[in-house]
Write a protein that binds this ligand. Structure first.
Ligand SMILES: Cc1cc2nc3c(=O)[nH]c(=O)nc-3n(C[C@H](O)[C@H](O)[C@H](O)COP(=O)(O)O)c2cc1C
Length: 224
């Protein structure tokens, strides 16, 4: 695909717990044939290291991303098959690169998914701080009236964060807490993760088969 035709989803990964949510969203976007521009915040490298053992390096992002996407939420390293070519739809930008494409509204993008979103990120985007590329890209997404999905991961939530979440909602963002449901028949951690990721892709309008949808029948989750 030429750069002219390419219209990616920007995926921002901030430093909240929940790197398996990001991996599931990324796999879902790529499986749907979407292009992705990936921004991994500095703080999220700590959560990624803590949750997966992977030290994400800008200079070796393909190798590190491949290991991350192959990993299941239960920690098994080769749960998902991720080929080298499978990452061809991904473009990576360093979090400190404020001259990167997603810094500008003229850069073609479908929208942005922040998954997971730390409370610091929620505050920064609500206030328009643009302290790094992730927050700048989110502000650009809002000003261009494109879809912004913010997958908050914190509990309990302070009044301050709740007010900032309302501000994001009023600015047009979809505030989507990383909050799995149990009606879809989850039996493994991956199912709970994929439910949240599936709801993110629903909000973005990207087709997927990450979870079983409610069909209007109580007890449906126990029938298979
Ligand atoms: C292991 C670890 C887990 C964390 N989990 C969360 C979390 O679940 N939610 C949250 O809001 N912050 C969490 N934090 C704190 C954020 O990383 C911190 O506020 C950071 O400044 C966020 O920066 P960023 O939004 O630029 O990525 C965690 C930090 C560490 C080291």
């Amino acid at each position: 695909m030429s750069q002219q035709q390419r219209r990616p989803w920007i995926v921002g990964v901030s430093g909240a717990s929940g790197t398996p949510f990001a991996a599931s969203v990324l796999r879902g976007l790529l499986a749907a044939g979407e292009s992705v521009d990936l921004v991994v915040s500095r703080a999220s490298r700590l959560t990624l290291l803590d949750e997966t053992g992977i030290a994400f390096r800008d200079a070796h992002w393909r190798e590190d991303l491949r290991g991350w996407l192959a990993r299941g939420a239960d920690g098994k390293p080769d749960t998902f098959a991720v080929s080298e070519e499978g990452l061809d739809g991904v473009r990576h930008w360093a979090a400190g690169d404020l001259a990167a494409g997603p810094s500008s509204g003229s850069y073609p993008a479908k929208g942005m998914l922040i998954v997971p979103a730390s409370t610091a990120c929620v505050a920064g985007v609500a206030l328009g701080l643009s302290k790094d590329l992730l927050q700048r890209a989110a502000s650009v997404t809002l000003k261009e009236r494109r879809k912004l999905v913010v997958v908050v991961r914190e509990t309990p939530l302070s009044g301050q964060t709740l007010k900032q979440m309302v501000a994001l909602d009023e600015a047009g963002a979809v505030v989507l807490p990383a909050s799995p449901a149990f009606y879809a028949g989850a039996t493994h951690i991956q199912d709970l993760v994929d439910f949240v990721a599936g709801r993110v892709l629903d909000a973005a309008g990207v087709p997927h088969q990450l979870y079983r949808r409610w069909e209007g029948e109580l007890g449906g989750s126990r029938s298979s």
